[in-house]
Design a protein around this ligand. Structure first.
Ligand code: SF4
Length: 92
């Protein structure tokens, strides 16, 4: 099977292409700065407050291996945390 556009320049970041959820390669600096400014850490210091139960978390899907966050681009781990954590409100 030939892939003819392998050299195509990627102009926008797409989380669906990420295969390792630790991989920040290709993320624009401004997006890395955003996660740093929000105090993102890959392991939450607060047991009950993790991305997986945050209202702003975007869980993985069949098409997208890694979770994400509505506040910045790039992979987000389910046990991670940032200072914008907000409890998920179920059923809304
Ligand atoms: Fe995780 Fe923070 Fe995004 Fe919530 S807002 S999903 S705690 S990174």
């Amino acid at each position: 099977m030939a892939v003819s556009c392998a050299m195509e320049k990627k102009s926008s970041y797409d989380l669906a292409n990420v295969t390792s959820c630790d991989d920040l390669k290709g993320l624009p600096d401004e997006e890395i700065n955003k996660r740093n400014q929000l105090g993102y850490v890959v392991e939450s210091p607060i047991d009950d407050n993790i991305c997986d139960n945050c209202q702003l978390y975007l869980p993985p899907t069949p098409e997208r291996k890694c979770g994400g966050c509505q506040l910045f681009k790039g992979p987000v781990k389910e046990k991670a945390y940032c200072t914008y954590w907000a409890p998920r409100i179920e059923g809304v």
